[in-house]
Design a protein around this ligand. Structure first.
Ligand code: SF4
Ligand code: SF4
Length: 490
């Protein structure tokens, strides 16, 4: 250590939780307790940036034995939070994408919706009368494509999306029968899921969905006044009464899997705690996920910066409740928080923000292949179609470009391996450029992750069994969760 060791700030982030210091090791998304000595050494590096042996001796000679100091320095060197002369390893090798191991295909079964929610910004959305329905031929070819490209997967997912997917129930039923038969013939498991506005549900449909173990999410925005503000019939009437009645029927009757509510937060709606309490405790949803709208086409509905800040503050309040419940062994069902706990527990370390384009593709009613459900009907070029297959060269170029962080702010960002540049559709809606990372709320995201690290550390210290009880089993049930933490549906 003659020339000095250099502090690599972009690989380390330390967070204080109660009276403990936690080191967030950014390249691996791992957390470590910092004891007094490691914390003192880290502080010295933070203060001086380059530290020599003489600096170490001057600071610590009366406090720590040289061999103890050396152990910590070696650990820090191995973790690349300090470095000598050797070059650093990149978090991820430059990726070359040649295979597209699809696990999920999203079928946009009808562009039409029977509701007229004011904020809806689905690219291809239209009224039921003008709705373009997917035919069985396209659904069948989509499933064939999933099985061909997903050969290496033991389990595949078929997701039904719209418009309102239940407005094309005959197609859903034929696609399910075909997928079950084809998957059985090649020894694969298949899961189905859908997001619905619930208005078309009846007991027979619920029983059908139950028989096929659908993962179900209901779009619902909260108590009556909040829900009716935007979720309206085409004639402009609030839909809370019908949706809450149908949701309660579903929640009572449906036994196959936990049912979630997907909440869209738009301008003027920031009461995350009140909405969660209503959906979880008054109506009985197993989980509630929030999707704050910041870049919709209709700017009137976008949360302002102040409102978005308030949303994150309220998400932290609900996160504090999540923590209190977790410490006594219960999951309060706040799915944005639970997803973050899962990511931290599993050491999620992503080169790309989500599975769009690589594990997941969305098929529009004509058979065009889109990055995900949000792009169907957009003016972004398709990445092939169900007849000719995936345009692998073009898709690979896009994904490799997004995974390459050189020259972007993400390169040195402390949440780069969790956020990974953000949702492609947010980039498209905000900058009209799917290649550009979503820089518009980075500070809030970093603060949110710091909060999550604190919650995670408290649970780990005070009730570590929580993760075995609530995180591992849920992961097995949710093999198709490739979505961004802030992306909770349409
Ligand atoms: S988009 Fe922002 S928060 Fe996300 S990795 Fe890039 S710089 Fe960080
Ligand atoms: S995070 Fe964005 S790009 Fe990825 S699947 Fe979700 S909406 Fe699509």
């Amino acid at each position: 250590m003659t020339t000095g060791l250099q502090y690599i700030a972009h690989n380390a982030h330390d967070v204080t939780v109660g009276d403990k210091r936690i080191l967030f090791h950014i390249p691996t998304t791992s957390l470590f307790d910092l004891d007094q000595m490691s914390g003192d050494i880290l502080d010295l590096f933070k203060e001086k940036t380059t530290v020599s042996q003489a600096d170490m001796e001057a600071r610590f000679k009366d406090r720590y034995a040289p061999e103890q100091l050396l152990d910590v320095v070696e650990d820090f060197l191995e973790m690349e939070i300090i470095k000598g002369d050797s070059p650093l390893h990149p978090d991820h090798e430059k990726i070359k994408i040649e295979n597209y191991p699809l696990s999920t295909i999203i079928l946009n079964v009808n562009t039409g919706c029977n509701l007229g929610c004011t904020y809806c910004y689905k690219e291809d959305l239209t009224t039921p009368a003008k709705g373009e329905l997917m035919g069985f031929d396209v659904a069948k070819k989509s499933i064939d494509l999933l099985l061909k490209e997903g050969q290496s997967r033991d389990r595949v997912n078929v997701v039904f999306f719209g418009g309102e997917p239940l407005s094309n129930l005959p197609l859903i039923k034929s696609a399910v029968a075909y997928a079950e038969e084809r998957c059985a013939s090649v020894g694969k498991k298949v899961d189905f899921s859908l997001t619905t506005n619930a208005t078309l549900l009846n007991e027979d449909i619920v029983d059908y969905l139950n028989d096929h173990k659908f993962g179900i999410a209901i779009s619902m925005d909260g108590p009556k006044a909040t829900h009716d503000k935007n979720r309206k019939t085409i004639g402009g009437k609030g839909t809370y009464d019908v949706v809450s009645k149908k949701a309660q029927m579903l929640l009572k009757r449906y036994t196959a899997r936990p049912v979630g509510a997907r909440v869209t937060l738009t301008a003027g709606v920031t009461d995350v705690v009140g909405i969660h309490n209503h959906l979880k405790y008054d109506l009985g949803f197993a989980e509630v996920g929030f999707a704050p709208v910041t870049s919709g086409d209709i700017s009137l509905f976008n949360l302002s910066n102040e409102e978005l800040y308030e949303v994150f503050q309220n998400m932290k309040k609900l996160g504090a409740h999540y923590l209190a419940e977790a410490l006594v062994g219960r999951n309060n069902g706040f799915s944005n928080m639970h997803q973050m706990m899962t990511d931290l527990y599993e050491g999620t370390n992503k080169a790309l923000p989500c599975g769009a384009g690589i594990g997941l593709l969305a098929v529009d009613h004509e058979g065009g292949l889109n990055l995900c459900h949000r792009f169907t009907g957009s003016d972004i070029d398709k990445y092939g179609d169900v007849d000719s297959g995936i345009k692998k060269h073009e898709l690979g170029q896009f994904l490799e470009g997004r995974a390459d962080r050189d020259g972007t702010w993400c390169d040195s960002c402390r949440i780069r391996n969790l956020c990974s540049g953000g949702c492609y559709h947010e980039s498209y809606a905000t900058y009209d450029d799917i290649n550009k990372p979503t820089y518009h709320y980075c500070d809030l995201m970093r603060d949110w992750i710091d909060f999550g690290i604190g919650v995670y550390s408290r649970i780990l210290q005070e009730n570590p069994h929580y993760f075995e009880q609530h995180v591992s089993p849920r992961t097995l049930l949710n093999t198709n969760r490739t979505f961004n933490p802030l992306d909770m549906g349409k």
